[in-house]
Write a protein that binds this ligand. Structure first.
Ligand code: NAD
Length: 362
């Protein structure tokens, strides 16, 4: 298969970590008989330096020509970088928000995996995490409270703020379908999280999710109230496979779920639209404090590339091969500085990419 991949190296550690992910993708292509056709795209500070704006129309058009986009991270140090002297609409982050909107990326996926080898970094008790856990948070990204009407007005002489939480059934249906599709590739369980005991939007959410569930008889659906879910994530994270939820609940729960895994350098993510297209990136930022030192952990980006193979190209075996290579590297005791612990072997960004690529097997 020819894989048409847009590459946004981005800023800070972005170019270092994306280079390693490409190294691993090239090894996959060689091992499984695919070709990778990369198109380099500029976004964020790197685009400001060349074009004066964080994203150009040409870049959007070029991204749309690709099957998927793999991205490092964008942005710089807000105190020292000249990019932050620009007005807000011209800063690096504005480019990211715009590309997500232009590509209609409504479904955000964040896996939270606790590797047995890294369980020391997990803040939960060992009795809870024994054997590790592996869940996927699917958050609606373009609707709900963050995109609703809002205003601050005076009511009877008192300053009063309004934010509205709106969802229509189509917005709910398209993300629910995505969640069930992904559950079919995993352990076939969806936990839909809402606040249906209080909110109308949640009651509609529940109704539509139940309708979609009927199309997926192999998948077990359960509903959970968001307050209970926040507790269950720290009490018994192993119970979850796919967590499906709306924008604000997902914002909070995905951060909670990722924190219980320990390290930011290990967390992949994907944002998908209605087609197979997706934007894949590590959950962390551009880490300007360690940029250029060759010590950043490339694993989150490499795992994002695995998600890309699985969700945009349906190459499950190839994605499994990357995930297994990451597990092997951890099992053999290799660590970048952020996940280093006593008795392990410390290596740099390129060393980690080389090792993972060398562990790719058919
Ligand atoms: P950050 O995630 O960049 O860094 C937080 C801490 O985590 C730092 O100590 C950093 O060294 C460490 N870290 C992050 N990724 C790492 C990796 N792969 N390996 C080892 N250590 C890693 O967050 P921040 O400092 O708040 O933000 C820095 C810049 O990144 C800002 O400009 C911010 O706007 C941007 N940012 C971009 C994205 C994105 O591109 N999607 C997301 C978040 C933040």
């Amino acid at each position: 298969m020819n894989l048409k991949i847009g590459i946004i190296k981005g800023d800070g550690i972005g170019p270092e970590i994306v280079t390693e992910a490409q190294k691993v993708l090239n090894k996959i292509a060689e091992t499984y008989g695919h070709t990778c056709e990369y198109t380099e795209l500029l976004l964020g500070g790197a685009s400001i330096d060349v074009h004066g704006v964080p994203l150009t129309d040409e870049t959007v058009a070029a991204a749309k020509q690709c099957d998927a986009v793999l991205m490092g991270s964008i942005g710089g140090d807000a105190k020292t970088s000249p990019w932050y002297q620009l007005e807000p609409s011209k800063r690096p982050e504005a480019g990211l928000l715009r590309i997500r909107k232009e590509l209609n990326l409504f479904a955000n996926l964040r896996p939270a995996v606790l590797y047995d080898e890294l369980k020391g970094a997990c803040p939960l008790k060992e009795s809870i995490t024994e054997g590790g856990f592996d869940m996927m948070i699917m958050r609606e990204l373009t609707g709900g409270l963050y995109f609703g009407e809002r205003k601050t007005v005076e009511v009877d002489g008192v300053l009063t703020a309004f934010d509205s939480l709106t969802y229509n059934e189509e917005e709910i249906r398209r993300i629910a379908k995505r969640a069930f599709d992904i559950a079919m590739k995993r352990r076939k369980k969806v936990t839909s999280v809402d606040k249906a005991n209080v909110l109308d939007s949640s009651r509609l959410w529940r109704k539509v999710v139940e309708e979609v569930a009927e199309e997926y008889p192999e998948v077990t659906l359960e509903h959970m109230l968001v307050d209970n879910c926040a507790m269950q994530l720290v009490k018994d994270p192993k119970q979850f496979d796919v967590i499906l939820t709306e924008n604000m609940f997902g914002d909070i729960l995905s951060d909670e779920a990722s924190m219980v895994t320990g390290s930011i350098g290990m967390l992949a993510s994907a944002s998908l639209n209605e087609t197979k297209f997706g934007l894949y990136e590590p959950s962390g930022g551009s880490a300007p404090d360690i940029a250029g030192k060759g010590i950043a952990n490339p694993i989150a980006t490499i795992l994002s590339a695995a998600m890309m193979l699985r969700f945009s190209f349906d190459l499950d075996q190839e994605a499994d091969a990357i995930e297994k290579a990451v597990e092997k590297v951890l099992k053999e005791g290799y660590r970048t500085i952020d996940i280093m612990s006593e008795g392990k072997t410390q290596i740099g960004t390129a060393g980690m990419g080389d090792l993972i690529a060398s562990f790719i097997r058919r």
